[in-house]
Design a protein around this ligand. Structure first.
Ligand code: 6XA
Ligand code: ZN
Length: 343
């Protein structure tokens, strides 16, 4: 399997995130992608290629140009206002509050961000753009005939919606790739999100559409982040009714319950008969993940890959979360080689 990777991901290297009431070193850090790359290479998964440069227009197919321009310019505005340390929002919007975009950088951070865990740094724009290029190059590579490609994206993307960012995500790499597949002529695309956290950004981008089916298995939003989306009764709206499937699971979930949800997801996706399947691949479902509370074991990851292969569609794996750095690369490669072995 070909892997697409850009060392530009290292440009996203925050110094703090707000976690459990403390400002701590971010768990979403450069060593994550480097350890995945090392495992891809030591397992001899296949060639590792650099991404091509794509135009920002591809990002603006799913994101508001104002968000894109904010991510591009925020660091400069922040440094001018405060200094060269991580930019975090001073507040966020609650129900019923005003929704106008403020003029100052602090106001804009509050307007575009939905959490204080996603620092904007000097290199955020470069890294976030490169991650989109990694996803789009993966899609293009898949188009030239392979069964599956791995886009080793970092920073991740699935929490980023049309006009807001958060959850370590700036641009929604998987959504940009899915939209590109549609723009290239596909009529049916599916996104399967197996990250521990609900892909609220991806869901909201495609919520009113029937061409891109979104299916997600994740921690119950009554218990875990991002809290405000991911319920089972969110089934899509308008033309998208029936094209959004959320399969929330409780803290402590182990393989038997997970597998049941995975089979339900796969059945729904097969019914959609996608011409392209995008997998938002997070392995923060792992029992030793520092921020998550599912109990999947290392031996479960090949089974996830094997199950996904049964969908039978050309598949683009797009990296999302997973923070147990020592085991991260191994678990990711387990999914990918489980997929390949299934043929
Ligand atoms: C809040 C937790 C962010 C979750 C990020 C993630 N600080 N999403 O892994 O998939
Ligand atoms: Zn996650």
């Amino acid at each position: 399997m070909i892997t697409i990777f850009s060392s530009e991901h290292r440009q996203q290297a925050g110094t703090v995130e707000l976690i459990n009431g403390r400002l701590e070193a971010p768990v979403e850090k450069p060593s994550r992608a480097d350890s995945i790359l090392a495992s891809v290479q030591s397992a001899m998964l296949g060639p590792v290629l650099a991404p091509k440069d794509f135009d920002v227009a591809a990002i603006e197919r799913v994101h508001d140009p104002r968000l894109v321009s904010f991510i591009r310019t925020a660091w400069g505005q922040w440094v001018a206002a405060h200094g060269a340390w991580d930019a975090l929002p001073p507040s966020s919007r609650a129900r019923g509050m005003q929704v106008r975009e403020p003029e100052t950088i602090d106001g804009k951070l509050a307007y575009f961000a939905f959490d204080a865990g996603t620092p904007i740094t000097a290199g955020t724009w470069t890294a976030a753009r490169a991650a989109v290029d990694v996803a789009l190059t993966g899609l293009e590579t898949l188009g030239s005939g392979g069964r599956a490609v791995f886009s080793l994206c970092r920073p991740p993307g699935h929490h980023a919606a049309r006009d807001y960012y958060g959850g370590y995500c700036f641009f929604n790499n998987a959504a940009v790739a899915a939209q590109k597949a549609i723009d290239n002529g596909a009529q049916r695309v599916a996104i399967l999100d197996v990250d521990y956290h609900h892909g609220n950004g991806t869901q909201s981008i495609f919520y009113e559409r029937s061409d891109v089916l979104f299916v997600s298995i994740h921690a119950d939003p009554r218990q875990d982040y991002p809290f405000f989306l991911g319920y089972a009764d969110e089934t899509g709206q308008g033309a998208g009714e029936g094209f959004n499937l959320n399969l929330p699971l409780r803290w402590g979930t182990q393989w038997p319950q997970y597998d049941e949800a995975l089979q339900t997801a796969i059945e729904r996706i097969r019914h959609h008969a996608p011409e392209v399947l995008v997998v938002s691949l997070g392995v923060d479902t792992f029992e030793k993940d520092p921020i998550s509370r599912f109990k999947l074991r290392a031996a479960d990851y090949p089974k996830i890959g094997h199950a996904i292969a049964a969908i039978g569609a050309p598949t683009l794996f797009v990296m999302e979360g997973g923070y147990a750095v020592a085991e991260l690369g191994h678990n990711v490669v387990s999914v990918l080689s489980g997929f390949e072995r299934a043929g």
